[in-house]
Unconditional design. Structure first.
Length: 149
């Protein structure tokens, strides 16, 4: 009789861990989506439409790296991230075994976005966006490390 209580307690603890990971993953999805949308609305070059500020002369070490004019690539990266987030959100109520492939797919999308931003954005905006994507990827790697096998 005592063994069944241990089994039930173990099952409850495992269920609580899975539930906690699911809550963390859903919170990350929401936070990533909100932050990404705010970034897109305020600073995405393909959507800005304004005239860029003139570049001021500086030493070579402080000059922004040149960027390709590739608004289509940035828009494609945005679309890929949005699709991968939707895939993760659709599986929000599923168990982690079902969520893990979608989370890994989102991580791939974030890494591709970093590559695109590195090629297509210059100056402080580049550092800000890359930092955001890398931080988000680090958080998703934590979810994968603790919830995926």
């Amino acid at each position: 009789m005592r063994t069944s209580h241990v089994t039930v307690a173990t099952a409850r603890a495992a269920s609580a861990d899975a539930h906690s990971l699911a809550l963390i993953a859903s919170s990350l999805v929401a936070a990533t989506a909100i932050a990404f949308l705010a970034m897109v609305v305020t600073a995405w070059p393909a959507r800005a439409g304004g005239v860029p500020a003139p570049m001021q002369m500086a030493g070579l070490a402080t000059m922004p790296q040149a960027a390709e004019p590739c608004g289509d690539k940035l828009a494609a990266a945005e679309g890929e991230i949005n699709r991968s987030l939707v895939a993760v959100e659709r599986l929000q109520e599923a168990d982690m075994a079902a969520q893990c492939p979608a989370i890994r797919g989102h991580l791939v999308s974030l890494n591709r976005a970093v590559d695109t931003v590195e090629r297509c954005v210059a100056g402080p905006e580049r550092s800000q966006k890359i930092g955001f994507f890398r931080q988000s990827a680090t958080e998703w790697r934590g979810v994968i490390a603790h919830g995926c096998r």
